[in-house]
Design a protein around this ligand. Structure first.
Ligand code: GCW
Length: 667
């Protein structure tokens, strides 16, 4: 019989559920942690101590009363090796463990880190470990509407119970805050970027203040998405022109009102002039003029404005991928110092694979923050197991070459490349009121991976997967190894069965779930999948070289140079940058068409392997989580086949080519 069976119904406690450690580790930990004490006594330090007690109990190492053994002390110190949110853990052979920090929040983060080490079986007897977050604002973006519907949400309704706030504060808020704090997430934008002005009215400010009160002890600030035309819709003004003094005065007064209720309010997130949202361009003002007006309103209170660069409009028909750069890059140097421009990881929209966004590295005088999508709009939504840690990390490790080799996106985002102090990373949340929070057990790993990478963008996605697996399913090596083996190639499998070799946006328009590469009838060119793949009898792919849209010129010269030639373009991005004949030779000697088909087949085959691997874990995992994941993998297997068959059939209708020999047959 296996040693450890991870019990637990449905994963409601996320990675914090922790199963009892194997006996030897448990008694070592109990010995190490016989007495727990804190020399700081504010609300967050008290939480830190309580979390330590609770976490040790979960691991089966409840400190024995009056027992002989070591002490863990939480202590505030002046330590120049860490920043205000960092921590320093030392454990000496004499049994003294100290979790030290400059502020109480660092104590809480340090406790969670200590528990993570314990849960993953790391040695704890001697430690000297300092850690500080590399990114300052580590923020979830909820695309939650005030009516409880979550845009692109696949895990139930919004967790924010606006109807019963501010009087009723659901205990869910505390559980949510704990989970975030365990990763170091320190900000939450509560409402959708497709915002309604209602969120800025007095009753909603009171509701938000109640949420803020629940999140504050956990080091989390609240932010609001702001609707640009709020001064007209709820303020009675005639205009929302950022240079109109009455408009600026309205936003100042509104900010003062919010800060009077929520002194640590984080600031505003704005989607302007994008997908029907109003913005400063409606008044012939630039994004910078808009952002700076709002930034001035929150500046006296220490707030920030996160201004999204996700823009595309119909006046840019040749290549949607170019617009954000065209609109924003010329504004470099014009944004106020408390503005961050929030840039999606890629230039289109959260595809299974995108090259890094060309704005990274191209706006050295601007605080640029990253926007990842944790919710899997284009990557199988709630049921497909596609671990996003690898996707996030691939973008962060991409080299912009902006200041020579090694100018990675991570260094742009953590501010080190251009010397920025105000830095940030946002993740579009995958959280809802479902009992498993995220729509599936494995989707919880994407929330986890986002938080860990926001703390340290250099962490390896495999390390993160292993940590998550050990905490979620228990530390038995067979479980951790198998779960990690399932997770690591899972996103590439989805790329293979959905959008191999750099294809993009061939999902059904609207729902973005299944395949629809044939759709061509929609009003705007860039709403149609045919716009993205451009397949015809001769070939396939989007030519972004100088012969085509020349989007490659938005990258630094060494990169643009490489991308100008299909032979020097990473094959994983081939059809993103080039339109090529069906018989183009891939590096392995195969013709493009046959290579494509083999990718589709490989994706389906990988999901079949994932099923076998998961099945081998049955003895180790509680019934409910085992069965749910097994059922979801069966859905994924069926739908991977659907993606493969539908895509191949469509492309064959265009190129009239046979299946290459050795390819699987349609199901
Ligand atoms: O990913 C796309 C989604 C929209 C979303 C938009 C955005 C919130 O399809 O639902 O709107 O991007 O990022 O603003």
């Amino acid at each position: 019989m296996p040693q450890t069976v991870a019990h637990a119904e449905d994963g409601h406690e996320l990675w914090l559920r922790a199963s009892p450690l194997p006996a030897p580790q448990r008694s070592a930990l109990r010995h190490q942690a016989t007495r727990l004490q804190t020399t700081a006594h504010g609300p967050t330090a008290r939480l830190a101590l309580a979390e330590l007690q609770r976490g040790l109990a979960r691991l089966g190492a409840t400190p024995a009363r009056g027992g002989k053994g070591g002490t863990i002390t939480l202590e505030l110190v002046q330590d120049s090796r860490i920043n205000d949110e960092g921590f320093h853990i030392t454990a000496r052979p004499d049994g003294q463990t100290v979790i030290a920090a400059r502020r109480e929040i660092g104590l809480l983060y340090g406790v969670f880190h200590y528990l993570r080490l314990a849960a993953t079986g790391a040695p704890l007897a001697t430690l000297d470990l300092a850690s500080s977050p590399r990114v300052q604002l580590r923020v979830l973006n909820h695309w939650d509407n005030l009516d409880g519907v979550v845009e692109r949400g696949y895990s139930g309704r919004s967790i924010w119970d606006w109807w019963r706030l501010p009087d009723w504060r659901d205990t869910l808020y505390t559980e949510y805050a704990r989970a975030n704090a365990s990763l170091g997430i320190n900000g939450v934008v509560v409402n959708n970027v497709n915002a309604k002005s209602t969120s800025l009215t007095a009753p909603y400010i009171a509701k938000l203040a109640a949420i803020a009160g629940e999140l504050r002890p956990w080091g989390i600030r609240v932010y609001l998405s702001a609707r640009w035309t709020a001064p007209m819709e709820i303020g009675g003004l005639k205009s929302a022109d950022p240079l109109d003094p009455a408009v600026a005065a309205w936003w100042r007064a509104k900010s003062d009102e919010i800060y009077a209720a929520i002194p640590d309010f984080g600031g505003f997130l704005v989607k302007a002039n994008s997908e029907g949202q109003p913005g400063p361009q409606d008044y012939r003002r630039s994004h910078a003029e808009g952002a700076n007006m709002l930034a001035a309103a929150v500046k006296p209170h220490g707030g920030v404005v996160m201004w999204r660069a996700f823009v595309y409009a119909h006046d840019n028909p040749d290549d949607r991928a170019k617009q954000a750069y065209n609109d924003f890059q010329p504004l470099d140097g014009q944004f106020a110092d408390n503005v961050l421009v929030q840039v999606k990881n890629g230039a289109i929209d959260f595809q299974p694979r995108e090259p890094f966004h060309p704005l990274f590295g191209a706006m050295p005088k601007t605080n640029l923050m990253m926007e990842f999508q944790i919710t899997k709009e284009y990557v199988g939504q709630s049921t497909h197991l596609t671990y996003l840690g690898t996707l996030f990390s691939e973008t962060l490790q991409a080299d912009t070459q902006a200041k020579g080799t090694g100018s990675t996106v991570a260094k742009v985002v953590d501010g080190t490349l251009d010397g920025h102090r105000l830095t940030g990373m946002a993740g579009v949340a995958n959280i809802g009121a479902d009992r498993d929070w995220s729509g599936s057990i494995f989707n919880q790993a994407d929330w986890y991976a986002f938080g860990r990478l926001a703390w340290d963008p250099e962490l390896s996605p495999e390390t993160i997967a292993r940590e998550w697996a050990a905490q979620t399913f228990g530390p038995a090596p067979k479980v951790v190894n198998t779960v990690t083996t399932i997770m690591m190639p899972s996103r590439e499998a989805a790329v293979d069965y959905m959008t191999p070799l750099g294809l993009a946006h061939v999902m059904g328009t609207g729902h973005h779930y299944g395949p629809a590469p044939w759709v061509s009838h929609l009003a705007r060119p860039e709403w149609n999948p045919v716009y993205y793949h451009k397949a015809d009898a001769q070939g396939i792919g989007f030519d972004r070289s100088a012969k085509g849209s020349n989007a490659i010129s938005q990258y630094a010269p060494p990169i643009a140079q490489k991308l100008s030639d299909p032979a020097t373009t990473d094959e994983r991005q081939l059809l993103w940058f080039h339109h090529l004949p069906w018989d183009y030779r891939l590096k392995n000697g195969e013709a493009l068409w046959s290579g494509m088909v083999h990718h589709y087949d490989a994706g389906v085959a990988q999901v079949a392997r994932m099923q076998v691997q998961w099945d081998s874990l049955q003895p180790y995992i509680d019934k409910e989580r085992f069965a749910k994941t097994q059922a979801f993998l069966a859905i994924q297997r069926r739908e991977a086949q659907w993606w493969r068959d539908a895509s191949i059939a469509y492309f064959q209708s265009v190129n009239h080519l046979d299946l290459p020999s050795g390819s699987a047959k349609p199901a």
